[in-house]
Design a protein around this ligand. Structure first.
Ligand code: ADP
Ligand code: MG
Length: 152
């Protein structure tokens, strides 16, 4: 894992999302690890805006997943915080969400353990001073290529 990068505020976190979009070339699976309030949704909003989405971005806490049709395909934003049983993901038709040309951002991926695909890239957000510390770990070739491009 690479050294920690300091993300000072909300705007900087949205910028991380934009850089991540470019690095992932809008495909693959990214796990967003971090406690409540660490900026997972903020990062996701930055990514979706950079992909051309102009409306609101809220964490899909009750619906578990929100699809966004953007210019170059579909981005799925998951928030599994309220998932009680990974089996619930079966009812959502979980397998349809992971295709060659889609990108999935997953908040609280551990709640879906066993039913989610392995991530290409895993991001970790922790508190640091008034901002956040960001680290990441690649888990595939695609993720490793993306990690190289994360110049933050
Ligand atoms: P999560 O989805 O991880 O629960 P949110 O994205 O909803 O967290 O963010 C929670 C709060 O943290 C928001 O008020 C947001 O503005 C703030 N925030 C996001 N990134 C940072 C940052 N790098 N430094 C300080 N505050 C941040
Ligand atoms: Mg959130």
């Amino acid at each position: 894992m690479q050294e920690t990068v300091f993300i000072a505020d909300e705007a900087a976190m949205e910028h991380v999302g934009a850089v991540l979009l470019e690095a992932m070339q809008q495909r693959g699976v990214v796990h967003l690890q971090g406690d409540l309030g660490m900026g997972k949704t903020t990062l996701s909003r930055g990514l979706l805006r950079a992909a051309g989405h102009q409306g609101a971005v809220k964490s899909p806490t009750y619906t578990l997943v929100e699809p966004y049709d953007v210019a170059q395909g579909t981005i799925y934003h998951f928030d599994l915080y309220r998932l009680l049983d990974p089996e619930e993901l079966e009812y959502l038709g979980i397998r349809d969400y992971f295709t060659e040309d889609s990108l999935a951002l997953i908040e609280w991926p551990d709640k879906g353990q066993g039913l989610l695909p392995e991530p290409d890239l895993e991001l970790f957000l922790t508190p640091q001073d008034e901002g956040r510390a960001l680290r990441w770990q690649a888990h595939s070739e695609h993720g490793a290529v993306a990690a190289e491009k994360l110049q933050l």
